[in-house]
Design a protein around this ligand. Structure first.
Ligand code: ADP
Ligand code: MG
Length: 452
């Protein structure tokens, strides 16, 4: 092939040609620059003699392949003698091989730099970072992940995520994983299993790995929040302890008054004999009843959480309570109007719900000293049972409304101020909702919602 030397010298690519015996027949100026060899040094020399470092390397195999198969080859190569990267295109012909190549060292370095940036983000990340294929098998994990769960990279690569999540959590995590696979990034908390059998609370992010517009897997980032959660629990516990302490103080206060008078009267009775004891006994028994009332209400609160939830019929409970309070209502001139719907049975603790309803209805009756109407309605609202108790009593001023439910807050001479607190606690145990609205002019409405 006759070559016009001038043109070939002026093309910006490096270029050289060899004949069918691998003798270098042409070497352009750019090739001189890129390969760092003089023309006269290499011309007419065998390629593999001129560049002995290339023998049996990838470039050697590629050129031989091109000649053998008479097909062009394209590849990138690193050339150690010059510490350079080349982009090579070699075209075979019957006379030999012509090779065009470009110095791509700068681009290559940039790309590697960028890759190393990402690698460093992955490798040195204090959070566990990992990736999955579409089936949830690990493709890569960083050192933080190895530390988090106690397996090394090699062990991870042969594993699926599911055995590493606490059994009860697998279904939920799978839901998030599938959503991430559909392209939606997910944030959630779950419980992972360490190799040593311990469990770890983790906050996880799952996001899709998108390559060329297609989701090919899922990335995960996880952080150990076990310590955080323990601290949080301690905080909540200490708050609870404080509340218990306050409660204990007020209980002591509440019970000390009747106890003081009990003691006084007992001393009095020791000194006086006979006649007046009957009068004292009445007072004593009243005070004892009061202590009984207070401790009784408190017991409902203090009982351990592991109650027996059973399937119960709210209507039966309400009817029982109304019967129980009927005579008191009658005495106060209160007329009870009830409006009941057929209800599904719900899970609940019968004695507790009874207590809660007694407290509410009793308050309503007590609010109407000179009589009035008491409306009790029970509705089935699809997912919930709604109980509304509405009275026409004195009502509650706005500024007092928010105190309702604080222990020992009462406006009644003989009140305990424990009824509403107990009721709220019971409704809370039943995962229900307690709402109280009131206006001094038109009475009070209590709405209790219980989930079905
Ligand atoms: P107690 O009934 O022993 O006073 P509760 O905790 O049951 O204690 O109620 C606290 C306070 O809330 C009552 O003293 C009363 O002032 C107010 N209250 C509760 N229910 C009603 C109501 N239906 N109408 C008016 N005030 C009410
Ligand atoms: Mg009450």
């Amino acid at each position: 092939m006759p070559l016009n030397n001038d043109i070939l010298d002026r093309i910006s690519d490096a270029f050289f040609a060899v004949d069918s015996d691998w003798n270098i027949t042409y070497f352009n100026t750019e090739a001189v620059r890129v390969l760092g060899r003089e023309k006269k040094e290499v011309l007419n020399l065998n390629l593999w003699v001129a560049f002995p470092e290339a023998v049996n390397q990838e470039v050697y195999r590629q050129y031989h392949k091109a000649v053998r198969e008479q097909k062009p080859v394209f590849f990138e190569m690193y050339w150690p003698p010059r510490s350079m990267w080349y982009n090579v295109r070699a075209f075979p012909s019957s006379n030999g091989l012509t090779v065009f190549f470009q110095d791509i060292t700068v681009q290559k370095q940039l790309a590697t730099k960028q890759e190393e940036h990402y690698k460093s983000l992955f490798h040195n990340n204090p959070d566990a970072v990992f990736s999955f294929d579409l089936d949830g098998n690990y493709i890569s994990v960083n050192p933080a992940m190895e530390k988090l769960l106690g397996y090394n990279e090699q062990e991870f690569i042969n594993m699926n995520w599911s055995p590493l999540v606490k059994e009860e959590e697998v279904e939920e995590v799978d839901y998030y994983f599938q959503k991430a696979l559909k392209g939606e990034t997910q944030h959630y908390e779950t419980i992972a299993r360490h190799r040593d059998g311990s469990t770890i609370n983790v906050k996880v992010t799952n996001m899709p790995i998108i390559v060329c517009g297609k989701i090919v897997g899922v990335y995960g980032i996880a952080r150990d929040v076990t310590k955080e959660m323990e601290t949080e629990k301690l905080l909540v516990d200490s708050e609870k302890l404080m509340a218990v302490g306050q409660l204990a103080a007020s209980i002591a206060h509440e019970i000390r008054n009747p106890l003081t008078s009990l003691k006084g009267f007992l001393q009095l009775m020791e000194q006086t004999e006979g006649q007046s004891n009957e009068e004292y006994l009445k007072i004593l028994s009243d005070e004892v009843s009061r202590i009984e009332l207070i401790t009784g209400e408190l017991l409902v609160l203090a009982k351990p959480q592991a109650h027996d939830f059973q399937m119960i019929d709210i209507l039966i409970i309400i009817k029982d309570v109304v019967t129980l309070l009927y005579s008191q209502a009658l005495m106060n001139g209160v007329e009870i109007h009830s409006d009941y719907e057929v209800l599904p049975k719900i899970k609940g603790i019968e004695t507790q719900l009874k207590q809660a309803l007694i407290n509410v209805i009793k308050n309503a009756i007590e609010a109407m000293e000179s009589g009035g109407n008491l409306y009790i309605s029970v509705k089935n609202n699809g997912g919930a049972i709604v109980i509304v108790v509405k009275d026409e009593g004195v009502g509650i001023p706005k500024e007092i409304l928010e105190k309702i439910g604080s222990p020992f807050y009462t406006t009644k001479e003989k009140g305990t101020g424990l009824g509403m607190m107990t009721t709220m606690k019971i409704i809370q145990t039943h995962e229900g909702k307690f709402e109280i609205t009131s206006a001094p002019s038109d009475g009070t409405t209590v709405k209790i919602t219980l989930p079905v």
